[in-house]
Design a protein around this ligand. Structure first.
Ligand SMILES: [Zn+2]
Length: 476
């Protein structure tokens, strides 16, 4: 590695589907990006963190850890201690849940002198809040692209931070226009058009060999036309669900919160101990309610709008689908995972059943399936104290949107789920000592390993899931 690590520019295109980028990039519809990254690297399939929301992926890039380990499951969760919904826009802060131990090993701490814009985490670096950009984002205006790149160019020139990490959000546009909508294509074309302005500013600020740039999306979206209201559904089962429109302590025996609208966290009170105690696997499959015993995961998995139900069973994680059940096991001495069908049809249809495999082997075996990387990531999801007792993913074409939530004029796509459309992102990179050409597959959080390797702290990645795939050893 060179004497001075390069400055780093991370450009995070929120909710931009990997499929769309690949299509437009290879068809020559993004000429400026193609020219700039010709000498760079293109990770064609960068698998996002579960659930496919911004929180989990920012946490993953910042630390190399999965959402269950960073505690970043989405903008809402339920606090059993307070019997209250916690929401990052109102009564909770992601930085509080993320925790100081992770902060010390985050890219912001390792690189130092970081400036962030549009990030959800806000501590440990300088934050720039751009109210005009927020307005453009909320109204779905393409002017957000030029505004963000202009501001970033100005910051690079005037302040020259070592780490400049900012979003250009397509989230609103993706929600209202759908995963293949003309507006999303226009967003990418606009980004391509404005990119040379930023590239010029970076060259001026840092010198030709003084910086590396990464452009990526955190997750994609999945088109939806039908909505399953989880609190109403659970009320129909006989529960008293949390009113998700009210942030206050409530008397309830179940709480169902969706994040990104296609993943659901369901928290269930213990039948005799209330919120003090988590119900066991046995109880969740035999839950006493109004004189009957409900198999909650089984019932939910048979609902039309639900794809999978996941829950913990001891140290394993069980996956329940409409037609079958399977278990994910982990062997801590070898670090390998095994997936076995317990009954009925294989919920994931991976064809790798019964074999102990490493995280890398699971990534390669699953990234082209409909549920990329689900074995490794679903297992780790339940490590978070904020996780629900049941984790739900929506079926194709469905989400868990509640009509009062977010005033979109229409909702054509959602995210948060574990489908390929949501999980299959990309990374474009160029910088000193960075390899050239196509890397077929990686995890998005592998960026962590690349960044800490640049900054001579590659050992930090050994305690994470991130694998360094991009930096080439310097010829001596
Ligand atoms: Zn996002």
């Amino acid at each position: 590695m060179r004497r001075h690590p390069p400055s780093l520019v991370l450009i995070w295109l929120d909710a931009l589907p990997g499929d769309l980028l690949r299509e437009m990039y290879w068809r020559g519809e993004l000429p400026n990006l193609a020219e700039y990254f010709e000498d760079g690297v293109f990770i064609e399939h960068a698998i996002s963190c579960l659930p496919t929301v911004s929180e989990s992926n920012e946490g993953g890039i910042a630390t190399g850890l999965f959402a269950g380990e960073t505690n970043m499951l989405g903008e809402r969760y339920f606090s059993r201690r307070r019997a209250t919904m916690m929401h990052y826009k109102y009564n909770a802060r992601p930085d509080d849940d993320f925790g100081g131990r992770l902060r010390a090993r985050s890219i912001d701490a390792v690189v130092g002198d970081a400036v962030g814009m549009g990030r959800l985490l806000r501590e440990g670096f300088t934050t720039i809040v751009d109210l005009v950009a927020s307005h453009y984002e909320r109204s779905g205006s393409l002017r957000i692209v030029e505004r963000r790149l202009e501001t970033a160019s100005r910051v690079a020139r005037s302040r020259k931070p070592r780490l400049l990490f900012f979003t250009v959000s397509a989230d609103y546009i993706a929600h209202v226009s759908g995963s293949r909508g003309a507006e999303l294509r226009a967003f990418l074309r606009e980004f391509d058009k404005c990119f040379p302005m930023l590239a010029e500013a970076l060259r001026e600020a840092y010198g030709e060999e003084g910086y590396a740039v990464f452009v990526f999306s955190d997750h994609g979206v999945s088109d939806v036309s039908r909505h399953l209201n989880l609190p109403s559904l659970l009320e129909g089962y006989g529960f008293r669900p949390l009113d998700t429109g009210l942030i206050s302590e409530q008397e309830c025996d179940v709480a169902a919160l969706s994040n990104g609208r296609r993943s659901g966290l369901v928290y269930v009170a213990h039948p005799s101990e209330g919120w003090r105690k988590r119900p066991s696997y046995k109880l969740l499959r035999n839950y006493p309610l109004r004189g009957s015993a409900l198999d909650l995961p089984g019932l939910l998995a048979r609902e039309e709008g639900v794809d999978l139900v996941l829950l913990r069973r001891g140290k394993s994680v069980v996956i329940v689908s409409r037609d079958g059940e399977a278990v994910i096991e982990h062997d801590s001495s070898s670090g390998k995972y095994r997936y076995r069908v317990l009954k009925g049809d294989d919920p994931l249809a991976y064809g790798a059943e019964g074999v102990w495999m490493s995280e890398e082997e699971w990534l390669r075996a699953s990234y082209r399936t409909e549920h990329p990387d689900l074995i490794v990531q679903a297992y780790n999801l339940f490590k978070s104290p904020n996780c629900g007792d049941l984790v739900l993913t929506a079926a194709e074409g469905w989400d868990f949107w509640e009509e009062w939530d977010v005033p979109y004029p229409r909702l054509r796509a959602s995210h948060g789920g574990f489908s390929r459309a949501e999980m299959d992102s990309f990374v474009l990179g160029r910088g000193p000592c960075l390899r050239e050409g196509v890397v077929p597959v990686a995890r998005l959080l592998d960026l962590y390993a690349t960044i800490v390797t640049y900054y001579r702290a590659g050992h930090l990645a050994y305690d994470s899931h991130a694998v360094e795939r991009l930096v080439t050893p310097e010829p001596s």
